[in-house]
Design a protein around this ligand. Structure first.
Ligand code: COA
Length: 208
């Protein structure tokens, strides 16, 4: 038995119907617990991939994530008494959402500048692009990134830290714009390699 080949519809009859834009689900922020190491590793690797395809070759991203964005690394962070990890969750599954962003606040590890015990480092702030304009439960009129930064600042103050530091790639303009808009200023630089790529960061600071 021979089957008729499937014919593509003639151009003039193929109407393209644009899908209605999907409303983005609201985001909920919560403090991560020791049960969240795998969730953090997943969102950390996935958001790193999304954030740096413009700057890093795929194999370097894969190697970096396989080493740095794994549950054991985040289990170690979660066990540190002065580390605070906040997760941004979203999705329609009540009580079982997906991680879509996160921050890590910890003791500074920034050897190219002089740091004090009263400093904290915002080690990471990452959100999937789809969720950057989502409403944030319990944080009316704040974008998710702003609400994450608000919580990191509150956590730093609660730990008696009075300066927030971070390193950011000097070509990462969306992140730099976000930090400058939120009161950070450049105080130093650092260089390091991700795989084969030499990266140069600005070190930014904000008084709390
Ligand atoms: C860094 C990061 C968390 C900042 O979040 P963000 O949502 O992009 O930051 P903002 O809230 O400042 O908003 C970004 C844009 O939305 C615009 N915006 C701000 N408020 C808005 C609103 N109410 N409605 C619509 N747009 C708005 C801003 O003007 C800005 O546009 P611009 O960059 O063209 O000036 C996010 O970009 C991210 O996760 N990036 C990838 C990971 C990364 O690079 N992390 C930092 C590593 S150091």
């Amino acid at each position: 038995m021979s089957l008729d080949p499937i014919k593509a519809p003639a151009k003039e009859t193929a109407a393209y119907i644009a899908p209605a834009p999907a409303a983005v689900e609201p985001v909920t922020l919560r403090r991560a617990t020791s049960d969240d190491a795998e969730a953090i590793a997943l969102v950390a690797a996935a958001t790193f991939l999304e954030a740096f395809t413009w700057m890093l070759p795929g194999r370097d991203i894969i190697a970096h994530c396989a080493k740095n964005h794994v549950a054991s690394v985040y289990a170690t962070y979660l066990a540190q008494p002065s580390t605070r990890i906040t997760l941004a969750d979203a999705g329609p599954f009540a009580g079982n959402p997906s991680p879509v962003g996160y921050t890590i606040l910890c003791d500074p590890d920034l050897p190219t500048i002089e740091t004090l015990p009263t400093d904290a480092e915002l080690k990471r702030i990452y959100l999937f692009s789809r969720f950057r304009s989502a409403p944030v439960i319990d944080h009316p009129n704040r974008r998710p990134a702003e609400a994450l930064l608000d919580l990191a600042i509150a956590d730093a103050r609660a730990l008696n830290r009075n300066r927030l530091l971070l390193g950011v790639n000097d070509g990462n303009h969306p992140a730099l714009n976000f930090y400058y808009r939120n009161g950070f200023t450049a105080i130093g630089t650092r260089t390091f390699n991700v795989g084969s790529v030499a990266c140069s960061d600005l070190i930014l600071a904000k008084e709390l």
